[in-house]
Each structure stands twice: as structure tokens, then as C-alpha cells.
Design a binder for this molecule. Sequence first.
Ligand SMILES: C[S@@+](CC[C@H](N)C(=O)[O-])C[C@H]1O[C@@H](n2cnc3c(N)ncnc32)[C@H](O)[C@@H]1O
Length: 263
Amino acid sequence: MMRTDGYLLDNRQTEAAEHFSAFAALFDPTTFRHLEELGIGSGWRCWEVGAGTTVVSWLAKKVGPTGRVVATDTDTARLASAARPPVEVRVHDLGAQEPPGEGFDLVHARLALVHVTDRERALRSMVKALRPGGRLLVEDADPALQPLLCPDEHGPEQQLANRLRHGFRGLLADRGTDLPCGRTLPRQLRDAGLTRVQADAYFPLTSPACAALESVTIRQIRDQLVTAGLATDQDIDRHLENVMSGALDLTTAPMISAWGRKQ
Ligand SMILES: C[S@@+](CC[C@H](N)C(=O)[O-])C[C@H]1O[C@@H](n2cnc3c(N)ncnc32)[C@H](O)[C@@H]1O
């Protein structure tokens, strides 16, 4: 073992930070637009589930000193710097615990519900936490709805990119990830008792943040792709060079945003 635990931890933290900043660059504008349309404003009490730091800071500004933002996650390490009024940071497992309060005007979860096995229970918990008339916004990707990394597959670089994306999706499916999760959200929100349910989807067709997300994802799953015989090290090196060259139009899985109101 040449590497210490500390070294490995640093690596994990760097990669996680790269992931979170790519998610923020890709999806914050859509999330903020939805939250504005739901009426977010001064004095609101919000629960941000599986919290992203940029969303927490944005919510804190919107609700101001008379509001409240409860930011929860099973791992709150990255949220430490955000933990000052109106933000409260709490360790909380959406899939296993009662909500961290009641009477919220807004509950929001982005890319978090997909990680919970008992989603029905998790949704019931989020709805329970709302005041009557309160709003729930749940956002999750749907990697099966648009499975390609390069929809414009016009050369060998794009073909390689799509082949590796296909392999990645296979690894996710093998691990039990529910690939068509996003599209089921409107139905799940209605089943949880919400009214006025609506949903839409967003995905960029090309963006530097897609390249950043692809680069960190491929570096993280490299060994698994090679071990499963889905790619060679040469394939992966070539793909990473193509990604970094900026010549590929890379996209992501569509992000489904679904929202509704508690009666
Ligand atoms: C892909 S990240 C998304 C983070 C952030 N919402 C965003 O969009 O940038 C998923 C987050 O959900 C958290 N998470 C996973 N399972 C959870 C659970 N059962 N309860 C609460 N948070 C959970 C993870 O720790 C992680 O911070």
C-alpha cells in the first residue's frame, strides 16, 4: 500500500468537489428558476434535502434573517461553512428518519431521492414536513430517457464516448440504480398526495460543465469499466483527451424537475 488513508480521502474529496461544482454549474439556473416560480421569498421556512452548498446559500439569501433553511444530508462535512443563521445543518437520513421539522413552506431535493431505496416513504416524509399549501420540488436525473453522451454521433470520438456511456449505464444498472427514476416523479408526487403537480426536464446539448462532469465521472469509474471488460485503459485515455480537447458536444442525462402543493 503506497497510499495512506489521508491521501485516498483527499482524492475522494477532490472528486466529490468536482462533481458538486459541475452539478451546480449545470443545474442551479434551472433549480433557481423553479424555486422562484414556486414563490420563494423573505421569511420562508425551507428544508433542503441532500443539500448542495450553492442551493443552500441561495435559499439563505432569499429567505433572509426572518426565514429558516434546514440543510440535511447523511454526510454534512461540506456544509460546515454554511452553518450560520438562517441555515441549520443537520445529519439526517431521508430514507430512515422522521423529517427534521414540520410546517415548512418549501422542501427541495435534487439528485438525492434516487439514492434512497424506499422512495415512497421518503416522499411521504417530505410531504409530511410541509405546511398545508407548502411546496415540494424534487429533481432527479433520468439516464434512460436520453442515454447518449454525444447525441450528434458523427465520428469515432463520439462513438467511443457513447460506448463508454453505455458501459457506465450498465454498471449503474448492475448496482441496482433505478435508471428511469426521473420520469416517475410526477406520478410519485401525486401518489404522495400532492396537488397541482407539474414537471419538466432540462439538459444542455453542450457545455464546459458537461465536460468537467464527464471527466471526473470517467476517472472515478475507470477501474470498474476496465475490470468489467467494457473498455480498455487506452480507450479511456483517448476519451479523456477527447473530452478535454473541447471538440465534443457532450450532454447529460435529462434532469426532471417535478413540483406540487400539499392541500
Ligand atoms: C449527487 S449528490 C447531490 C447534492 C446536491 N443536492 C446537488 O444537487 O448538488 C447526492 C447527495 O445526497 C446525499 N444523500 C444520499 N443518500 C441520502 C439519504 N438517504 N438521506 C439524505 N441525503 C442523502 C449524498 O450524501 C449527497 O450529498
